[in-house]
Design a protein around this ligand. Structure first.
Ligand SMILES: Cc1ncc(COP(=O)(O)O)c(C=O)c1O
Length: 401
C-alpha cells in the first residue's frame, strides 16, 4: 500500500514567489541572459592554475574561508585591489573588498542592510532585471530615471531628487550601471559621473555603482569608476567575474566602507564563498588578465558585428539601435505598438529566445516595444540564422519588418 504523499502547500511561508518552472534546456537560438562566449573560456590555462593553486595552497581547504577570513581569499582580493586601481582608478584596501558568489549576492547584502518595505530607490528607467526585481520583492518603490546616449540623465535625476525631497522622501540609494549599461550599452561620460556624485552629496543619497561589464569596453572612452572620484564614502561599488570570465564560476565582489562592510559581513551567513574558484581565478588573472580580456573582447566585437549585419539585413530600418562600444547586449527598439512580450512565445516556438524589453525596465510600460539580445553565446551561424527566423516571426505576428 502506498503512503499518502505529504502536501507542502499548507506549510509554505506566506508571500512566497510563484514556484519556478523546470529547466527545459537552452533554446537553439539563445539570445537571453548574460552568458559568455564558450570559445573564450581559457580551459587549458584554468586547468594549469587549478593544479598550481592546489599544489601550493590546497591544504588550506581544510579551513572555512581558506584561512583568509570572511571577506574572501586574500589572493583574489589582492588581485582586485590592483586591477581596480589600474583600470578603474579605485583606491581601496583589501579590507574594503568582499568576495561573494557572484555579484547578485552582493546586491542582496547591500539591500539587506539598507532597505525596508516602503523605502525608495532611484534606478535607471531601463535597467538590470535582477536588480529591479529584487527591489520589487522587498516592496521598495522604484523611481526610474530616463537615459540617453550618455547613460542616466542628470537633469532628470536632479529633478527627481528635488521632487522626492519636497515630498519628504530620502531615497536609500541611486543604483546605476554607468559603464556599458544593461540593457542599453551606454557609457556615462566624466561630466555626468561628477554631477551624479555632486547630487549624491547634496541630497545625502549614496550611489550604488554596478560595474559588472566594465572590463568589456573595446571602443572609445573608458572613464574611471564613479567610486574613483569619491573621497567621502558616497559610492558603493559592485563588480563581477561573470562577464570577464564565467558566470558559472559564481564570483563577484563589493567595495564598501567598513561601516557598511561590517554590517554586510554580519548578514552574510553562507559560511564563505567557494575557495577553489577564488584561488583559480586569482592565479589565472594574475598571469593572464590582459591577454584574456583582449581575446574575449575581440571575439565579442566580432559577434556584435555579425548581429548588427544580420539585423540590418533582415529588419532594415524597421528597428533602431545604438551599437555599444563593448559588452554582450544590444538593446533594440521596435515601432510603437509592437509588444515584444506578446511575440515571445511565437519566437520560442521557432527556437529563438530574447529578453522582452518590459522585463528590463523600472516602468515596464516604457519598454514594451524594446527587446534585448545577448550575442555572446550563439555562434556566428546561429546568430545569422536566428535573426533571419526572428524577422519571419515578427513579420508574421506583427507585420514588422
Ligand atoms: C548589471 C548586472 N549586475 C549584476 C549581475 C549579476 O551577475 P552575477 O551574479 O553573475 O555576478 C548582472 C547579470 O547579468 C548584471 O547584468
Amino acid at each position: 500500500m502506498s503512503e499518502a504523499s505529504l502536501d507542502y502547500a499548507n506549510l509554505f511561508a506566506k508571500d512566497l514567489p510563484a514556484g519556478a518552472g523546470r529547466w527545459g534546456g537552452f533554446p537553439k537560438y539563445n539570445f537571453v541572459g548574460g552568458h559568455n562566449n564558450p570559445d573564450e573560456i581559457p580551459v587549458d590555462a584554468l586547468a594549469e592554475s587549478a593544479v598550481r593553486v592546489l599544489q601550493q595552497e590546497g591544504r588550506g581547504l581544510a579551513t572555512y574561508n581558506m584561512n583568509s577570513g570572511p571577506l574572501g581569499y586574500s589572493g583574489l582580493r589582492e588581485f582586485l585591489v590592483e586591477k581596480m586601481a589600474h583600470y578603474r582608478g579605485i583606491q581601496a584596501s583589501t579590507d574594503e573588498v568582499l568576495i561573494t558568489p557572484g555579484s547578485n549576492p552582493a546586491i542582496n547584502l547591500l539591500n539587506q542592510v539598507l532597505l525596508e518595505p516602503g523605502d525608495t530607490v532611484i534606478i535607471e528607467l531601463f535597467t538590470y532585471q535582477g536588480a529591479a526585481n529584487r527591489l520589487r520583492s522587498l516592496k521598495v518603490n522604484l523611481v526610474g530615471i530616463p537615459l540617453d546616449e550618455g547613460g542616466m540623465r542628470m537633469d532628470a535625476l536632479a529633478e527627481s531628487l528635488e521632487n522626492l525631497r519636497q515630498q519628504g522622501v530620502r531615497p536609500k540609494y541611486i543604483y546605476t550601471i554607468p559603464t556599458l549599461q544593461n540593457p542599453t550599452g551606454t557609457v556615462m561620460g566624466m561630466e555626468r559621473r561628477h554631477e551624479m556624485l555632486r547630487l549624491s552629496r547634496e541630497y545625502g543619497v549614496p550611489i550604488f555603482e554596478d560595474e559588472c561589464y566594465s572590463d568589456l569596453i573595446w571602443d572609445g572612452e573608458w572613464p574611471p569608476a564613479i567610486r574613483s572620484l569619491d573621497t567621502s564614502n558616497h559610492v558603493i561599488h559592485v563588480g563581477s567575474f561573470s562577464k570577464s570570465l564565467s558566470p558559472s564560476l559564481r564570483l563577484g565582489y563589493i567595495v564598501a566602507p567598513w561601516e557598511v562592510m561590517s554590517r554586510m559581513l554580519a548578514c552574510k551567513n553562507d559560511s564563505g564563498t567557494g575557495a577553489l574558484e577564488q584561488m583559480v581565478v586569482a592565479d589565472f588573472f594574475q598571469n593572464h588578465y590582459e591577454d584574456h580580456m583582449d581575446t574575449l573582447k575581440a571575439s565579442l566585437r566580432h559577434k556584435l558585428e555579425v548581429l548588427v549585419a544580420a539585423l540590418n539585413q533582415h529588419f532594415g530600418n524597421a528597428i533602431e539601435f545604438s551599437v555599444p562600444p563593448g559588452g554582450i547586449f544590444l538593446w533594440v527598439k521596435f515601432p510603437e505598438g509592437v509588444d515584444t512580450k506578446k511575440l515571445e512565445a511565437a519566437a520560442l516556438r521557432e527556437g529563438i529566445a530574447y529578453n522582452p524589453g518590459c522585463e528590463w525596465a523600472a516602468d515596464p510600460e516604457a519598454a514594451t516595444n524594446y527587446l534585448r539580445l545577448c550575442f555572446a553565446l550563439p555562434s556566428d551561424d546561429l546568430i545569422e540564422e536566428g535573426i533571419a527566423k526572428l524577422a519571419q516571426v515578427f513579420h508574421q505576428e506583427a507585420g514588422v519588418p
